[in-house]
Design a protein around this ligand. Structure first.
Ligand code: G3H
Length: 483
């Protein structure tokens, strides 16, 4: 069939001076599947599930774990190639790319261990008011798993692995960028899982995933990406209320910095919270509220720290800021930046916002106000908006009125003040970080969010629940019955 080229965001400079040219690098090709091929994959998954009577869903848990263990062993042999592709396809620096691979292997290992432990404790009975019940955890059905480009391995596998291990059959569509890196793992999938259990599809989303949704045969939709992508797809399902969804979506995580915060520690948490992997993390700090009495000094030091972040290629030693994989992203970021400048903010660090091909030099913008797009819109890139505040109520209003509710960070030393805010924000976001940046890990911690930021909860243990259903088998008993 048709092939689709994969171009790297990492570009090569040829020539010098004004005549220098940046040349795109062709990394390889992926098959471009059409709707029919996607439906064939669906057919494979539906047959392998066979209403829960297929070999895979009805296999004993320990045996299914054996298949995942085999996969993990084979996957580890591909570390070098997958890490290399993470660098080339999405521009992730070597350290973070290697971390992503290793974290994913740890996650699979922890999932196996957690399930083994649960399995040992699984056969529990409930005896209550003359009824005897036994809980059986059964799979949900056919799962569609889709991950984002920023963690194309890790975040895809944090739904794919629990879906498989709990007995679902899976259709998995690799992220738009970070798609080739699945190829070194294809053989491992093939050698580890029976036919039809895992089906990988490539191609244009609307054409491929759209028909799967329209078929009504997807039971579980695990998607980490944008709200628009998730709602467009969910809407295509003829019975969306029957679709179990596990979603990780948009966020605008605020960092709240009080005058009494430990300055050095806060700076270092904020720089990495806002700018690791160029700010392309759903968990990044995306807006900073700083108490006015320290705002100028904080911004000066923050800008100095940001100015020191080295820009370069993913393989450069200690590089922090790397090429952005989404075409057109630098244009979008420049629009947000210009909008803030037109409404009274200034770029605080030298050359902030400057672009060179897919590279975008991070920019600290200050003072940001509610009229600017950056105040509410998610930038998902290296822009750091700073808002000075006089009273904490201004920040509380922001959080309460925001459409998002993934996480936030509070930096300060006054335990009472921090404690009061924790009480207020506990109903607004999925995670509150104290004197620490927002982040997903450790992976054993629940990862979720409020409002438009998420549906369901992921973590090693939570995912096992999310991808299965407790079915109760209950009988009435009378004295003398044998259980
Ligand atoms: O893009 C969102 C990821 O879940 C971020 O994960 O906080 O571990 O970098 P992280």
């Amino acid at each position: 069939g048709e092939l689709s080229p994969v171009i790297s965001p990492v570009q090569f400079r040829s020539g010098a001076g004004a005549s220098a040219q940046l040349s795109p690098v062709l990394l390889g090709y992926t098959p471009l599947l059409d709707a029919n091929a996607a439906l064939q994959a669906l057919d494979g998954a539906v047959k392998a599930y066979d209403l829960g009577r297929g070999d895979w869903p009805s296999m004993p848990v320990l045996q299914r774990i054996g298949h995942v263990e085999k996969f993990l062993g084979l996957m580890q042999q591909q570390r070098r190639e997958v890490v290399r592709l993470l660098m080339w396809e999405i521009g992730k620096n070597y350290t973070d790319a290697a971390k992503e691979f290793d974290r994913t292997c740890d996650y699979i290992r922890d999932t196996i261990a957690a399930l083994k432990q649960q399995d040992r404790a699984a056969s529990h009975f409930i005896i209550e008011q003359g009824a005897l019940g036994k809980i059986r955890r059964v799979p949900v059905g056919v799962a569609l798993c889709m991950g984002p480009f920023n963690y194309p391995l890790n975040e895809t596998f944090t739904t794919l692995i629990p879906a498989l291990i709990m007995g679902n059959t899976v259709i998995f569509k690799p992220a738009k960028y970070g798609v080739l890196l699945i190829q070194p793992l294809l053989r491992a999938f093939q050698q580890s899982f029976p036919a039809g259990v895992i089906n990988i599809i490539y191609g244009r989303g609307r054409e491929t995933v759209g028909v799967l949704m329209e078929s009504g045969k997807i039971d579980l939709f695990a998607f980490i990406g944008t709200n628009k992508g998730a709602s467009d797809l969910k809407r295509m399902h003829p019975k969306p209320h029957r679709l179990r969804a596990v979603l990780g979506l948009d966020a605008k995580n605020p960092g709240i910095i009080f005058a009494d915060a430990d300055f050095k520690r806060t700076l270092s948490e904020v720089v990495s919270g806002a700018l690791s992997f160029n700010g392309q993390r759903c968990t990044a700090l995306k807006i900073l509220f700083v108490e006015r009495s320290i705002a100028d000094r904080f911004v000066t030091e923050l800008s100095a720290a940001v100015a020191k972040l080295p820009l370069g290629m993913p393989w450069d030693k200690d590089v922090a800021i790397t090429p952005l994989p989404e075409p057109g992203k630098t244009v979008f970021l420049t629009e947000l930046l210009q909008d803030a400048l037109a409404k009274g903010a200034a770029v605080q660090n030298p050359n902030g916002g400057e672009t060179a091909g897919p590279l975008f030099r991070p920019a600290v913008l200050y003072p940001v106000n509610s009229q600017m797009r950056l105040y509410n819109e998610e930038q998902f890139g290296p822009l750091v908006p700073v808002v000075p505040f006089d009273h904490i109520d201004e920040v509380i209003d922001y959080v309460v009125n925001s459409n998002f509710g993934q996480q936030l960070s509070i930096f300060g030393q006054n335990a009472r003040q921090v404690g009061e805010l924790v009480d207020i924000f506990a109903n607004q976001v999925g995670r509150i970080n104290i004197n620490a940046q927002c982040q997903r890990g450790p992976d054993s911690f629940p990862f979720n969010g409020r409002k438009d930021s998420a549906e369901g909860t992921l973590s090693v243990v939570d995912a096992l629940r999310q991808f299965s259903i407790p079915t109760l088998v209950a009988t009435k008993y009378q004295d003398g019955d044998v259980a």
